[in-house]
Ligand binder design. Structure first.
Ligand SMILES: C[S@@+](CC[C@H](N)C(=O)[O-])C[C@H]1O[C@@H](n2cnc3c(N)ncnc32)[C@H](O)[C@@H]1O
Length: 220
């Protein structure tokens, strides 16, 4: 199964972390086609994989397509990602990719509120609201890795984090290393400044003003 550049980058980074820490359970939340979850299933031969989406038709399709490969390690779950319950004796890697930032924050918030004792890392690939996501992460997550990915001329930030309650402010609000290393940094910076300036103009708030100032401060 060939993954897109975006999903392949997530896959490689998740497997790198798996080699350091060993995940018992992978969760492909909002999985749709389930490509990433199935690739993790193929690679991590002793781990369980949960393919989860809230749309019944999607789950029917996944079961039809993948049930024949199931050696007992795949769970097909038709549910809202916000209702996930985690086994606190296991180490979890939870993927949230391809959804908007507001949905992503709602899911993250529900999972950490409902599973405060769980050992969990998250791989995030949001479609939007990156500044707000980083603000949300600051108090309770530590950074494992972050990158800027170009997939078919669309730029995505990928953030891998570990749930670390009350760690406070270890994550940069604007991102760090990729601004120096990515060939797409300048283009991405221009896009973010334009985006948050427009929001600040149309819906002025302290949050939108903070975002514009933070990105302008980078001055690439
Ligand atoms: C564009 S697809 C993303 C597929 C894949 N994760 C990726 O990155 O390519 C978004 C999926 O998220 C699902 N979704 C959105 N909100 C959800 C929620 N709260 N719980 C479960 N699934 C959700 C939708 O049903 C849809 O299938």
């Amino acid at each position: 199964m060939k993954l897109s550049a975006r999903l392949n980058h997530l896959f490689e980074n998740i497997i790198f972390q798996h080699q350091q820490t060993h995940y018992d359970e992978f969760w492909d939340l909002c999985c749709d086609h389930g490509f990433l979850g199935m690739k993790l299933f193929e690679k991590a031969k002793t781990s369980r994989v949960h393919l989860l989406d809230q749309v019944p038709k999607i789950l029917d399709g996944l079961e039809n397509k993948y049930a024949k490969f199931n050696d007992g390690r795949i769970e097909f779950r038709m549910q809202d990602a916000k209702t996930v319950e985690l086994d606190a004796t296991k180490n979890h890697m939870i993927v949230i990719a391809g959804v908007g930032g507001e949905t992503l924050i709602e899911i993250l918030e529900a999972i950490i509120t409902n599973n405060p004792a769980a050992k969990m890392d998250f791989a995030l690939s949001p479609n939007s609201h990156i500044f707000q996501i980083r603000q949300f992460l600051q108090p309770n997550f530590t950074l494992l890795s972050e990158d800027l990915i170009n997939d078919a001329n669309r730029l995505h930030e990928h953030i891998l984090v570990r749930f670390t309650p009350n760690c406070a402010q270890s994550i940069s609000l604007t991102g760090d290393l990729f601004w120096q290393t990515s060939p797409f940094a300048k283009k991405y910076h221009t896009k973010l400044v334009k985006h948050y300036s427009l929001i600040n103009k149309n819906y002025p708030s302290l949050a939108s003003q903070n975002a514009v100032e933070a990105y302008l401060f980078l001055a690439l």
